[in-house]
Design a binder for this molecule. Sequence first.
Ligand SMILES: Nc1nc2c(c(=O)[nH]1)N[C@@H](CN(C=O)c1ccc(C(=O)N[C@@H](CCC(=O)O)C(=O)O)cc1)CN2
Length: 294
Amino acid sequence: MTDLKFATEKIENPRAHWVITLVCDDTPGIVHALTGAVVAAGGNIEELQQFSSTDTGRFFLRTEVSVADGADLQAEVLPVAKRLGAKITVDPAERKLRTLILGSKAAHAVNDLLFRQRSGYLPIEIPRVMANHAVLGDLARFYDVPFEHLPVTGPEEKAAFEQRVREVIAEEQIELVVLARYMQIVSPELCEELAGMAINIHHSFLPGFKGANPYRQAHARGVKLVGATAHFVTTDLDEGPIIEQNVRRVDHTNTVKQLQAMGQDEESRTLTQAVKWFAEHRILLDGHRTIVFR
Ligand SMILES: Nc1nc2c(c(=O)[nH]1)N[C@@H](CN(C=O)c1ccc(C(=O)N[C@@H](CCC(=O)O)C(=O)O)cc1)CN2
């Protein structure tokens, strides 16, 4: 019988809070190895979620831990990750994710992100809003967020817009790019550069009604539900790994414009939820599927 030796000292404050994620090939002993390293650093496990993917044989873990100020958590966990051949992240729980918002004309999703950031609900900072139309400028200025308008009327201007996005990402140390009803197809090159750090809101319940004008497509089909899908951006339009989806009931009396108005609430809350989960390091990629530790 193994005698469990528990730490005798109480959990004193102040303590630093960290979020650790780990992805590796599934094998016995992963949780034991990682939690042992956390305890060796004087850490306390406050939340832990794990998943073993039978599809891919991969193991996924997210844990929130607290350690005494000054404890070297990474010195204990990084060797474990190396031994497991794991991809690991260790982030301060309180750090706000630096997020760039891209928009076009529609304001609802941008507005929800700006409001939720300002209210403290979203753990992000928004150094810039960029758009290919000027109409979102007043909204960004209302929230005191710098705004850049670069028109896109052809391939040269699209390339210039994307080059400016690259510059802003570098200048502002951007960690997440959010396409909040940004209605330009992102080039394969930029998609590659933003792999795993760009989220789009599509205004349908994918895989239904991909591409442009999904509400018009839905109305013509006589749907009884409209929806929204937040997904990672990939070169294949609206095919990226799905992060979050929501639907709401509609009926035969609803016009296309009414479907759009009803769907916009779902778009906003779906995108905001996806951004919150990303900023809290709750989303891990398992091939073309996401694991979301909600
Ligand atoms: N590479 C990707 N780019 C974008 C994705 C994506 O998944 N991969 N999602 C779209 C959003 N989107 C639907 O949600 C969408 C946006 C734009 C278009 C489109 O045909 N745009 C035209 C220009 C339209 C205009 O100027 O008003 C174009 O880019 O030529 C289709 C679907 C965001 N981008």
